[in-house]
Design a protein around this ligand. Structure first.
Ligand SMILES: *[C@@H]1O[C@H](CO)[C@@H](O)[C@H](O)[C@H]1NC(C)=O
Ligand SMILES: *[C@@H]1O[C@H](CO)[C@@H](O)[C@H](O)[C@H]1NC(C)=O
Ligand SMILES: *[C@@H]1O[C@H](CO)[C@@H](O)[C@H](O)[C@H]1NC(C)=O
Ligand SMILES: *[C@@H]1O[C@H](CO)[C@@H](O)[C@H](O)[C@H]1NC(C)=O
Length: 503
């Protein structure tokens, strides 16, 4: 048998353990796939590869066989079709050069047509016969070595080596076959084996190049809403360790329409080797607090953080008469006038993450306006420093949450009505924050934003772990084998035929 290189053997003999040194990067989100996650993806790829290979046609083979007394016999086997392929076991390993996938104990079943003919001299005539046969290929080993690099912010997958080795082959003629035909057909074993090897290797290399096109066409941004998008540009080559692979992406929010980046100047230490306890989950996505701060800065700059409060639900608060004992001079100057409150953030909210706590500090200006005829008269402005605490949740593939008011402090910024007793205002401001501000924030936080997950995969049994300045989502993943899932996150193009089967 024409033995193809045992490339996987070479690959496996390479050192699989190494630890690249990493310095700081401007990546604010890391995605770590553990060995469990790699196994999951590998099984998915193996199954989808099999589904896309079958049925596989192998080119016809012609051969002239010399038989004593009869001379040259022309034999043709045609319509060779692999109709079944079973992988007994497979594994994925990470090596220095990339990812190695090996499938061993693979069997495949083929069907074929055979035909022979020869000419006799006395009497001169042509004798021929034909039939079908079934072929079993046993103990086939398939090895793939894939390189993974970042390329212009995307991911490039390349095939470093690919090999397929057939150990044994048996051919059985169907229907009234004699030892004679059998012997003849057996002469094809090596060629059929070699042909199976090269046809499968070619098919796999096509598959890898389709998968590469797919990866390269992944969007660099995930839309969050009409104002914001998440920058999911890869910032470094994937970091391969012996049992995990980490992808570093930018991870910050950018403006959806202008592509303007709101980058915090801080850098972060990147690529921890384990981001979920014991690496027991398939996937860990860790988000630096800079991600949340970029979101806060983006929405702040989009001027969506301003509220005119002209009624407080359930309470008739906004009339100077109600404020008679709180700010007597206001009532004296504008008796029985309606009022409104103009609350606007004076700087982007600042998110702080620690092991115990996710918190947000918000600075806001509260302007008290008196409404006189069709005039709005600002009378005083109070600076608020609001401290909230957050709870985070994973819903589907989104990270969302809610905030609650912890406390706030007030100081008078300016006033046209003299000094105010701020402590008397405390309950009113508290009510306004609780009834206007907190529900508004929670409305927006509830839905959250998409985590960088490839379309079709969903998080399962996700947990959130807070650490100093980082949030990590530790989760298993599932794959929805249907085109009917809602479009969110990274969506996949459906151009490549091999990918069509995958998705
Ligand atoms: C080729 O093989 C397939 C699958 O075994 C079979 O369905 C088909 O009829 C064959 N074609 C010819 C021309 O024999
Ligand atoms: C394929 O071949 C294996 C033996 O290699 C055999 O056990 C199995 O039944 C065959 N499958 C079909 C569908 O013929
Ligand atoms: C996305 O992040 C990359 C890497 O940090 C950066 O070079 C690029 O400018 C960012 N794109 C946008 C639209 O902000
Ligand atoms: C609300 O107050 C801010 C400054 O605190 C001001 O820029 C803005 O114009 C005010 N909005 C309205 C509608 O009065």
């Amino acid at each position: 048998m024409d033995v193809i290189r045992w490339c996987y053997f070479l690959l496996l003999s390479q050192t699989l353990f190494f630890s690249p040194s990493h310095t700081q990067t401007d990546s604010f989100t890391s995605i770590l796939i553990s060995q469990n996650g790699l196994d999951f993806v590998k099984n998915l790829l193996v199954n989808k590869a099999i589904a896309s290979i079958i049925p596989l046609q192998i080119p016809r083979i012609e051969k002239s066989v010399k038989i004593p007394f009869l001379g040259g016999i022309d034999v043709v086997v045609s319509n060779l079709t692999i109709y079944e392929l079973d992988v007994a076991s497979s594994y994925v390993k990470l090596g220095e050069t990339g990812v190695v996938i090996v499938a061993s104990g693979t069997t495949c079943n083929l069907s074929m047509n055979w035909h022979y003919s020869y000419a006799t001299w006395i009497p001169p005539m042509e004798i021929s016969d034909q039939g079908i046969a079934s072929v079993q290929v046993e103990g086939m080993e398939i090895g793939l070595s894939l390189g993974l690099q970042s390329n212009e912010g995307g991911l490039k997958l390349s095939l470093s080596e690919c090999g397929c080795h057939v150990k044994d082959i048996s051919i059985e003629l169907e229907g009234g076959a004699s030892w004679f035909y059998q012997g003849m057909v057996n002469a094809f074993k090596d060629q059929i084996g070699a042909s199976v090897e090269s046809t499968i290797a070619n098919k796999l290399s096509e598959g890898v190049s389709d998968l590469d096109s797919f990866l390269q066409s992944l969007p660099k941004e995930i839309p969050v809403d009409d104002k914001a998008a998440l920058n999911v540009t890869f910032t470094t080559d994937p970091i391969l360790r012996d049992s995990s692979i980490t992808f570093e992406i930018d991870g910050l929010f950018t403006k959806a329409e202008t592509n303007q980046v709101l980058k915090s100047s801080s850098l972060r230490n990147s690529a921890p080797s384990s981001i979920c306890p014991g690496n027991s989950k398939m996937l860990g996505i860790s988000l630096d607090e800079a991600v949340f701060n970029s979101a806060a800065a983006l929405y702040y700059n989009a001027e969506f953080m301003q509220w005119i409060v002209d009624k407080v639900p359930g309470q008739d608060l906004l009339n100077t008469a109600r404020w008679r004992f709180i700010i007597p001079q206001l009532y004296r100057k504008y008796p029985n006038q309606d009022m409104n409150l103009n609350i606007s953030l004076s700087s982007p909210p600042v998110v702080k993450i620690s092991e115990q706590y996710v918190g947000a500090n918000v600075n806001a200006d509260l302007v008290i306006n008196v409404l006189e005829a069709d005039q709005v008269i600002p009378v005083a402005c109070i600076s608020l420093e609001i401290r909230g605490s957050g709870a985070l949740r994973v819903m589907g593939n989104n990270l969302g949450g809610s905030v609650k008011l912890e406390d706030f402090s007030m100081s008078l910024k300016w006033s046209n009505i003299g000094n105010l007793h701020l402590h008397l205002l405390q309950p009113i401001v508290w009510t306004v924050i609780q009834t206007v501000f907190v529900p508004y924030a929670n409305d927006h936080l509830e839905k959250g934003f998409p985590l960088p997950i490839i379309h079709g995969f969903t998080l399962e049994n996700a947990e959130i772990i807070c650490s100093s300045s980082e949030i990590t989502v530790c989760s298993d993943i599932a794959y929805l084998d249907s085109s009917q899932h809602p479009r969110s996150g990274l969506s996949l193009p459906r151009s490549a035929p091999w990918i069509n089967t995958l998705l």
